[in-house]
Design a protein around this ligand. Structure first.
Ligand code: F6P
Length: 556
């Protein structure tokens, strides 16, 4: 694979020139072009996307589109969709888009049509989900399942939690899901403390089925289940009874079904996927089993349909109207030409309160790299920090810095036209009040408030500068009719493809994650030094040794 250094393209040179000459003036730009909002708004499936409050003009947009062409974005995108091994450092295809193809599609990779495989697993998941939801699947004492606990971490946790929270109105009543991820024993203790083991089902989700946190928590959960069932007199204290309890209360999701079996879970109760699904791209694979149980087959299928609609848009739409491509290129514009270090995602939808946390893994594990796919160093900045919180909460916390701080922080604002909970406060529609804040923030960020406007409000002269808003702080506004399963799928796929676009421009492999390995290795090496092995302690660097000694002196 030949990687084009973006910084030596003519498009990059043009962007540098344009940036040097660019004087941000969104007030002026809107005044000069009354059609700016329309001209810079796009539609992507059900998403209405207004790019007009970004620091762009037609020349900049044209140069960004040239950059896409010169780095081969279209070819790379097509290679991903076709199943080429674009994850070069792991020699793998990248086919999360195959997970949401309809059964009627065909996608032959290495001589095998993967679409029937995907649907075979989906059918198995749906059958399982139906059994749990209908009460046909019962625990060891014959009671129906009331709580499903997903144990996983990273991509085997963040996607499922985020979507579960986003789609709460679609969760079957009488069924609750919980999520355990952290190896901090307090996570498991807090999540199972009040549960009845007879009505609890665990899903152990791990692509590799080797992840320390997940396997430790899975063993702890199994011990908890056995201990509680025995204490309650629900099962005898025997090997057979324990095995029988695991069969009724544990299922697994993994690409390593042999390891699932070795853990003691019947492969009949395991849902597989493939090494061509990256962890952070896996919520639409069997990793979403907990969601299929929670929201049911039809809603899960609608979620996949949302993903697929945006896949089609990314695959087919010319880049000038291709929303993921445009948003990815805009991010490049800000990171590389404005030296933006971070990007805020601000959903005005409380149900999306885990969306930014989910995006942190998607974007930063994908593009937080200093080496290109061919092993050479990158030639420009990569991987901005993604962060955020729902509005309006963030307004009362960190928006100060976005409005008046010294850093440029591009923001994506996301809102739904309708709410699952229409509510009145007197005569006022509370959702409209909420949306007023959404509209107001991007307006304030774009157009600011001049010293003259501040003075006109009668503000004392010594306070004027503190009350001025510079404006020209870039935002993209994304709106959709309602937070349905489809819209949630669309939003996820949108950010997957934005991330892909940025990775292609920077020439990096957005699908490996070698940067997480060193810490894992060292944790295993350090573990013996913590409590017993003094030689291992002596072998540590002075800072680590000092910290472990502090721990030893304080432990009770
Ligand atoms: O350590 C990072 C990582 O490999 C992520 O990429 C992944 O989502 C997570 O760990 C969990 O991995 P697994 O699903 O194999 O347990």
């Amino acid at each position: 694979m030949t990687i084009v250094d973006p910084t030596i393209t003519s498009a990059w040179a043009r962007l540098s020139e344009l940036k040097a000459a660019y004087v941000p003036d969104l007030r002026g730009a809107f005044a000069a072009d009354p059609d700016r909002a329309t001209r810079y708004s796009r539609t992507c499936a059900d998403l209405h996307v207004d790019l007009s409050k970004n620091l762009i003009d037609d020349d900049i947009l044209a140069a960004l589109l040239d950059l896409a062409e010169q780095v081969g974005l279209a070819e790379r995108r097509d290679a991903m969709f076709a199943g080429d091994r674009i994850n070069v450092t792991e020699n793998r295809s990248v086919l999360h888009t195959a997970l949401r193809r309809p059964a009627s599609d065909t996608l032959v990779v290495d001589g095998t049509d993967v679409v029937p495989q995907v649907h075979e697993v989906l059918d198995k998941i749906y059958a399982f989900a139906d059994r749990v939801r209908s009460g046909d699947w019962v625990g060891v004492t014959g009671k129906r399942i009331e709580t499903v606990v997903n144990i996983g971490i990273g991509g085997s946790d963040l996607g499922p939690v985020m979507v579960y929270e986003a789609l709460k109105p679609y969760v079957q009543s009488g069924l609750t899901c919980r999520f355990i991820s952290n190896i901090d024993p307090t996570d498991l203790a807090e999540k199972v403390g009040d549960l009845d083991p007879e009505t609890t089902l665990f899903i152990i989700a791990s692509k590799t089925f080797t992840t320390l946190e997940t396997l430790t928590n899975a063993r702890m959960a199994r011990d908890w289940l056995w201990r509680k069932l025995i204490e309650q007199g629900a099962i005898e204290d025997s090997e057979d009874a324990r095995t029988g309890a695991v069969a009724k209360h544990f299922v697994a999701v993994s690409t390593a079904l042999d390891k699932v079996e070795a853990f003691g879970i019947d492969p009949a109760n395991a849902f597989g996927f493939w090494d061509w699904v990256g962890g952070r791209y896996s919520v639409d694979s069997a990793v979403g089993t907990v969601l299929a149980v929670a929201i049911g087959k039809d809603n899960f299928a609608e979620l996949l349909g949302g993903f697929h609609a945006v896949d089609n848009h990314f695959a087919d739409e010319p880049f000038e109207s291709n929303v993921p491509a445009l948003m990815g290129l805009l991010n490049v514009w800000y990171v590389n030409f404005f030296k933006a270090k971070s990007h805020a995602v601000l959903p005005y939808a409380q149900y999306l309160h885990r969306f930014a946390a989910y995006l942190q893994q998607l974007t930063m594990e994908s593009n937080g790299k200093g080496v290109r796919a061919d092993g050479a160093p990158v030639t420009t900045e990569t991987g901005e920090v993604f962060w955020g919180e729902p509005g309006t909460n963030g307004q009362h916390a960190f928006y100060q810095l976005i409005h008046q701080g010294t850093q440029l922080i591009p923001c994506d604002f996301i809102a739904m036209a309708n709410t699952a909970h229409p509510t009145k406060d007197g005569d006022a529609d509370v959702h409209e009040l909420f949306l007023a804040n959404f509209f107001a923030q991007t307006k304030a960020l774009a157009f600011g408030k001049t010293a003259e406007e501040v003075r006109a409000e009668g503000v004392a002269e010594e306070l004027v500068s503190a009350k001025v808003f510079s404006g020209n702080r870039p935002t993209t506004s994304i709106m959709a009719p309602l937070l349905t399963p489809s819209v949630v799928g669309q939003l996820i796929a949108l950010y997957e493809h934005i991330t892909f676009t940025q990775g292609i421009v920077w020439g990096i492999d957005s699908f490996d994650q070698w940067g997480v390995e060193l810490g894992k290795q060292l944790a295993m090496q350090i573990a013996p030094a913590i409590s017993q092995d003094d030689d291992a302690l002596a072998a540590q660097d002075p800072s680590t040794r000092g910290l472990i000694e502090y721990y030893r002196s304080q432990r009770r």
